[in-house]
Write a protein that binds this ligand. Structure first.
Ligand code: SF4
Length: 303
């Protein structure tokens, strides 16, 4: 049954000249029909460079919006229209304008986990992989950082002399990890490195052996001689690490690290979305242009 569905999706992809993108937090079965698997910006960039007519984004709304921003001529579909990101939804354009008005003249940096309308009002965007570099290359003594307060504060800690004023957003999944979970993991797995995502609380990051984005965590595992790791991020990352490195051992720091929005999408939804070309992302052209400028500024500062 599952195999049949996978074949049907692959046939449809050929017929419609479509690509499927799977974020690393998705149900791992989605990878079986995916052309690319990775973090949100990588996926959007890969899709942009294809000659596909349709992009099916197995992820959440802001990711599909980013794909649309980078590939305006392609049809971008989100298989579940209710798959939103709780962190991205913590700030809208109105709240952002208020935040900026409280800090006049200070450049605003938004995490890619933000809506297109929020990106449209910011000076530059960043990912968890390049946040440090972007803030540093802005060459400003102070920046506003949103929506994620923890990523922003982590950046501030790494960069001496830059004041990072953060908005109060957060990822409820990464905040499930408590400092005591780190201490328990140390007791249970002595001498095993703990790799932590920077969306975690700073009292958690402070105890980590390594803090980095999903991509950086995966790269750390790939290049490390260690054979065992504790992973402090969404469980989809551990599923993929276990599949890709069968000779290494992984412990998810706690079982509840599941982003329900990410896990909404099933193979059936990919099939339906592609067959009916449903849940297309459309953006106001003026907002889209401003949001693209914000993303392009990131590419410029990332060099
Ligand atoms: S894990 Fe957190 S930041 Fe990522 S999509 Fe889910 S709620 Fe948003």
């Amino acid at each position: 049954m599952k195999e049949e569905l996978i074949e049907k999706i692959k046939d449809l992809k050929k017929q419609k000249n479509a690509v499927v993108l799977a974020h690393c937090y998705q149900n791992i079965e989605i990878d079986e029909v995916a052309d690319f698997v990775g973090d949100s910006l990588y996926l959007s960039q890969m899709a942009k460079d294809t000659d596909a007519d349709i992009i099916v984004f197995a992820g959440v709304t802001f990711m599909a919006e980013t794909a649309k921003l980078l590939s305006p001529e392609k049809k971008v579909l989100l298989p579940k229209k209710e798959a939103g990101c709780q962190m991205a939804d913590m700030i809208d354009a109105q709240a952002l304008r208020k935040f900026k008005a409280e800090h006049p003249g200070v450049p605003a940096v938004c995490y890619v986990n933000s809506t297109a309308e929020v990106k449209a009002e910011c000076d530059v965007c960043c990912t968890s992989s390049n946040a440090l570099k972007i803030v540093k290359n802005l060459n400003s003594p102070e920046v506003l950082f949103l929506p994620d307060t923890y990523l922003g504060k982590w950046v501030e800690k790494q960069l001496e002399g830059v004041k990072v004023t953060t908005y109060s957003g957060f990822c409820p999944i990464h905040l499930l990890i408590k400092p005591e979970d780190m201490q328990n993991a140390r007791k249970l797995h002595p001498n095993v490195k703990i790799l932590v995502h920077p969306e975690c609380h700073f009292d958690v990051s402070a105890q980590a052996d390594f803090v980095g984005s999903t991509k950086a965590i995966m790269e750390f595992v790939r290049t490390s001689d260690d054979k065992e790791f504790v992973i402090a991020t969404e469980n989809g990352v551990v599923d993929r690490l276990m599949r890709d490195y069968p000779d290494k051992k992984f412990h998810l720091i706690k079982d509840s690290l599941v982003c329900e929005s990410m896990k909404m999408i099933k193979l059936e939804d990919i099939y339906k979305s592609l067959a009916n070309e449903e849940h297309e992302i459309t953006l106001d052209p003026e907002i889209a242009q401003k949001a693209v400028n914000c993303i392009n500024k990131m590419f410029e500062l990332n060099n």
